[in-house]
Design a protein around this ligand. Sequence first.
Ligand code: NAD
Length: 261
Amino acid sequence: MSLAAKTAVVTGSTSGIGLAIARAFAKEGANLVINGFGDPAAIEAERAGIEKEFGVKVIYDAADMSKPAEIAALIANAEKTFGSVDVLVNNAGIQFVSPVEDFPLDKWDQIIAINLSSAFHAIRAAVPGMKARKWGRIINTASAHSLVASPFKSAYVSAKHGIAGLTKTVALELATFGITVNCISPGYVWTPLVEKQIPDTMKARNLTKEQVMRDVLLAAQPTKEFVTVDELAALAVFLTTDSARQITGTNISMDGGWTAA
Ligand code: NAD
């Protein structure tokens, strides 16, 4: 129970990678703030289910991660409820696929806000408490697209390269405060976010679903297998342990060899 009596905030944890990370932290004894969109009844069932399964306290905060004031209120709510935010996982993210010249302006702004600026706002709000307690773990969900690019993903690739830079900068600022800051960079993980981009990629490249999966999604992933959310959650848990206290400012790939090529 490496996280007993600690509090973790995981943004975008109603689904996919964030949900798996939240559940893995609960298994380690952390109280949780979960966040993200979805059907209210399903979210409440998940929240109550995690409490029951792992014997921890879990609150849901509906903050929209594209709104700075709501992000600050999310961190304040966590601190008020549990007394601290010890672990912050900036994970909320969306995708949009389009040739750059057609890229809708509102989609660009939304992706930069949710996939990049939200991490800045959450870190900014959580750091004073972490500094005062001289302990903290900040984990940003980046992507293989924080290291390499793919066509038609200008906003996403820009945001993810940005989060890699934010990670390094904040790691240096907090290095002497017992706070580590790292990003995790998955390759292709089988989640709703991947599933949702298949129709757009089919259209943009004129391919069938099977062709998109084999020749586009897994084309760059040498293992030819999707990463699982549980594998990513296990890495996130490791980064919270004392054994990982000297790991800071890194960008850890879990991408089946994608960025080695
Ligand atoms: P997902 O769609 O399953 O989950 C995204 C989560 O973010 C959901 O909980 C959703 O409700 C939440 N969210 C979206 N917009 C929000 C907003 N404005 N405010 C609050 N919450 C919001 O996707 P996922 O694959 O689990 O993605 C999680 C993270 O992992 C993202 O940052 C994504 O870029 C990154 N990532 C995913 C993959 C992949 O292959 N799935 C690969 C690399 C990186």
